[in-house]
Design a protein around this ligand. Sequence first.
Ligand code: SF4
Length: 168
Amino acid sequence: MLELITSKLEDAANWGRKFSLFSYPFVTACCGMEFMSVSAPKYDIARFGAEFPRFSPRQSDLLMIVGTITEKQGPALRRVYEQMTEPKWVIAFGVCASTGGFYQNYHAMPGADQVVPVDVYIPGCPPRPEQVLDALILLQDRVQRRDGHSQLRLKREKITLAAANAED
Ligand code: SF4
């Protein structure tokens, strides 16, 4: 019975979470224009409850990686991710954030998932706003089930850390 009540409470909390995502836009390049377009009235991301960007990671639970990530930016991106509240989710916005895009050279990271776990990848250079909204709907489904990639990776990291501490 207690298990049933707890799971119902979690379902209700997840329902609230998926319609009140606070994004931290880590904007580094031209995809930023498309990010602004999604927020503007025509596409109106507010309809999905995700309209408020926060520029403090401590007030954010959705990391939007918007644009190319260089090797030098990697540690800063990881720091932002670590400072965000839990549970937290990550969207790689555009082909540069997802795979490094056409920058096959020494300075561009071949995908932000080299340093942070990513839940949803959006293809395109830049992606159309409709693709971004599709990604958001997909993410909301994962938030409801609380089984996104970032959640699974966090769990694995915690288990590994606990095992390492137990050995000490
Ligand atoms: S995917 Fe295209 S539009 Fe987006 S940051 Fe890369 S080059 Fe710019």
